[in-house]
Design a protein around this ligand. Structure first.
Ligand SMILES: Cc1ncc(COP(=O)(O)O)c(C=O)c1O
Length: 373
């Protein structure tokens, strides 16, 4: 690996915008203000891409989760199991309903919850589990489905970070009663802010659709049947989503190529690590290349500081949610030590579409000096 000095700023994550997106947005400006035509086109195509029957676009993924939870009737007194290692967007919507998030640990190897880690948290109040495909990794959904079916618990798949991942040939976003994606400005496809809910269940879809738009009567649109949320996306978001979806395979390939370059730089070096990689059953969509370094001495926070001096932005691994002020009231007695360990040992590397090999090598060089020094 031979890297040159960098004299431009390195970006962490961000969109890939081409003339194609601009053309479609301009077209929408001319013909798109009186309908949800682009939203509906995107929903149909995005559902099909996932082999799902139905899709609803939302203003963000957090709203998609909330919409699904209220459609399920999750309420005060209910419990929903969630992994410690995730972003607040997976968990905050549980609190909007008055239900209690119950945190469980994740596995060290794929950073996701498992049937073993949720098993001890199941009570008579457990209504659902939100399984998060963290950094594109996926839990063993086949085992989760068995355990949840035995206990009458609904599975929700949070695939916000897993566009392009697949488990045994099944795409992330196909699991659970419903699944969600995020189109936040940092994600693999983006509409600035944005999200989607996917499901195969027609009644559930109809309920979500009703709750997404003010609880209107289907026959009389100005008759309101329930005072509900309004989580409609704009047609402008829909147009952007269609344009990005046209490029979905190209965009996932770029993300995977970034991961491959990092991986080839770290392979054969004298330290143990897990990276957002593939295995025989699993392909990672590589939204953001993330690395867990197993060396005893490695400390992510000092590495993040040291590399910032070299102009290299690194993101910390997800901090266990119940250790943060917002969630201390929900801290439970279980010892979620894997989540704590991952936070100390994990870092997310720059994964912007504009990264070239030379820049990836520069980042890798500096990181390796930190790890093996
Ligand atoms: C795992 C996960 N779930 C949910 C969200 C929330 O997504 P949004 O910002 O679109 O609401 C994110 C966003 O980063 C996420 O990473």
């Amino acid at each position: 690996m031979q890297s040159k000095n960098m004299n431009h700023s390195i970006k962490m994550c961000g969109p890939s915008i081409t003339q194609h997106e601009k053309n479609i947005i301009l077209k929408m400006m001319d013909d798109g203000w009186d309908s949800y035509q682009y939203v509906e086109e995107f929903e149909e195509r995005f559902a099909k891409w996932h082999d799902r029957r139905f899709c609803l676009m939302t203003p963000c993924c957090t709203h998609a989760i909330h919409l699904g939870l209220i459609a399920l009737g999750i309420n005060i007194g209910d419990e929903v199991i969630v992994p410690e290692t995730t972003w607040t967007g997976s968990v905050a919507p549980i609190t909007y309903t008055g239900a209690r998030p119950v945190f469980c640990d994740v596995e060290k190897d794929n950073w996701c919850l498992s049937s073993d880690t949720i098993n001890t948290q199941i009570t008579s109040k457990t209504k659902a589990v939100i399984a998060v495909d963290i950094y594109g990794f996926m839990p063993d959904y086949m085992k989760l489905e068995k355990l949840c079916a035995e206990n009458n618990i609904v599975i929700i798949e949070d695939a916000a970070e897993a566009l392009g991942s697949s488990l045994r040939g099944i795409r992330a976003g196909k699991f659970g009663l419903f699944s969600v994606h995020s189109f936040h400005r940092t994600k693999t496809i983006t509409t600035g802010e944005g999200g989607a809910l996917l499901t195969d269940d027609e009644n559930f879809y109809k309920r979500c659709k009703f709750l997404r738009d003010h609880g209107r009567s289907a026959e009389q649109p100005y008759l309101i049947l329930e005072a509900t949320t309004k989580y409609m996306p704009s047609n402008l978001m829909g147009a952007m989503a269609c344009a990005q979806l046209d490029r979905i395979n190209e965009l996932i390939s770029i993300k995977q190529a970034i991961r491959d370059r990092y991986l080839s730089n770290f392979e054969g070096q004298d330290f143990d690590f897990t990276l957002t990689s593939d295995n025989t059953n699993f392909v990672n969509g590589c939204w953001a290349t993330t690395l867990v370094i197993e060396n005893e001495a490695f400390n992510s926070s000092s590495t993040i500081k040291n590399l910032a001096f070299k102009g290299i932005p690194l993101r910390p691994f997800f901090r266990p949610l119940s250790s943060m002020p917002a969630y201390t009231n929900y801290k439970n007695k279980s010892n979620n030590s894997n989540s704590d360990w991952l936070f100390k040992k994990g870092i997310t590397l720059p994964s912007h579409y504009e990264l070239d090999n030379n820049t990836i090598d520069y980042i890798s060089d500096h990181l390796l000096k930190e790890i093996v020094s």
